[in-house]
Write a protein that binds this ligand. Structure first.
Ligand code: SAM
Length: 379
């Protein structure tokens, strides 16, 4: 099966992030056909999935549609999947992993549809090549995604394989770290593009500051990954991929000229943030300091101050935090004039203690917890 044709590409993301993912996709000059809570859809060539995997900061997975069909039973799923020329897509000795999301009253367990789909692929491979590919949960090789809703099914090649959200630099996550793609989305939502200062008190493991450094460098987050699903396909275009990487590397050589400052009251948090930034190769771009957030140096100039305080769900208790949120408001008023202040939190009662009126409230999610990024203009 020649994959050199235009088809639907579904780019998935965490709930609430799709407006920022949509912007990113459009900035790469793709036109978005539709978007929903956990993804955006474009129509493009298979080879474009390489660029999407390399460049997108807020995406989870890039999925290329192989087949969309009416599906009324597990046998139907097996037969229609078996018709696809898998032997032209998958090399004989590759390892396959299947991921299903099923919303069909007849199917109680998505493991069952995983098995059916995997059997159809493996049986087809055995019939056409004589070789039986291995299969299992490991997503570092060929990954096939199935969505099955009522009587409709979609089969996608997962060109990312593992989640793009795991940038691989966070060796020491600490407790309550922000997912890398969420940190990127928060920065993009704040309007950060590397051309002003970025101050991140309460930095924890440093995710926001590190993602800011990557944005300021114009460094493609995919440069940190060495393995993608598309690399395991039969017709992987190594030259095209190497050239894309080379171009992205050249672009990322510029040194940003604005401050990125990350502080935390806990020594071990700052030590972890420094280590993570080193792993990511951006430690020289961030000024780290152990201090109470109120003592963070705010350089003259313009920029954003972004705090992600504890909010009583995973760390600390809401009572203890009342004082902290009040002090954040005072800190904004007394030390951050001229800057835009941002608080990312999952506790809107605590936000009332800040004592400032927010100019924007952008919804996000951390797992199931509804969160907000609140913006304060501190003039
Ligand atoms: C929710 S965590 C931040 C997580 C971070 N966004 C990440 O990705 O790892 C909150 C952080 O605030 C820090 N913190 C709590 N009170 C503080 C204070 N008064 N001054 C500075 N940092 C504080 C904690 O040590 C913790 O690391």
């Amino acid at each position: 099966m020649d994959l050199d044709y235009i088809n639907k590409i579904l780019i998935t993301c965490a709930r609430g992030i799709s407006p920022f993912l949509k912007n990113e996709v459009e900035q790469l000059a793709f036109s978005v056909e539709s978007s929903h809570d956990t993804g955006v859809v474009i129509r493009s060539r298979f080879i474009d999935t390489y660029k999407l995997n390399l460049e997108l900061r807020t995406a989870f997975n890039v999925l290329f549609l192989l087949k969309e069909f009416r599906c009324v039973s597990p046998d139907d799923l097996y037969n229609k999947t078996h018709q696809l020329p898998w032997e032209d897509i998958i090399p004989e000795n590759e390892y396959i992993s299947v991921v299903s999301q099923v919303s069909n009253p007849k199917i109680k367990n998505s493991m069952f549809s995983n098995q059916k789909l995997k059997d159809a692929i493996v049986d087809r491979m055995v019939k056409k090549t004589g070789a039986r590919p291995d299969s299992g949960p490991d997503r570092r090789n060929i990954v096939v995604n199935l969505y099955w809703k009522d009587d409709k099914a979609w089969i996608y090649l997962n060109t990312s394989g593992t989640k793009l959200a795991d940038r691989t630099y966070r060796k020491i996550p600490l407790e309550a770290p922000m997912q890398e793609t969420l940190a990127s989305a928060v920065l993009l939502a704040s309007g950060y593009n590397g051309t002003c200062n970025l101050i991140n008190p309460m930095c924890g493991s440093g995710t926001i500051a590190i993602e800011a450094a990557l944005i300021a460098l114009h460094k493609a987050p995919g440069l940190m990954h060495s393995n993608y699903g598309f690399m395991h396909l039969k017709d992987h275009d190594k030259t095209y991929w190497q050239n894309l990487r080379k171009d992205a590397l050249k672009r990322s050589e510029k040194k940003p000229s604005h401050f990125i400052i990350a502080t935390d009251i806990r020594e071990e948090a700052v030590a972890a943030a420094v280590k993570n930034a080193k792993t990511c190769g951006v430690d020289h771009l961030i000024n780290f300091k152990v201090c109470d957030f109120k003592n963070t140096d705010i350089p003259a100039g313009k920029g954003s101050v972004i705090l992600n305080p504890e909010y009583g769900e995973r760390m600390g208790t809401a009572e203890k935090l009342v004082k902290t949120y009040k002090e954040i408001g005072d800190f904004f008023k007394q030390k951050c004039r001229g800057y835009s202040g941002f608080i990312f939190t999952g506790n809107l009662d605590l936000v009332k203690k800040v004592g400032l009126r927010s100019s924007k409230r952008i919804p996000f999610y951390t797992g199931d917890i509804e969160c907000r990024l609140l913006e304060y203009d501190i003039h």
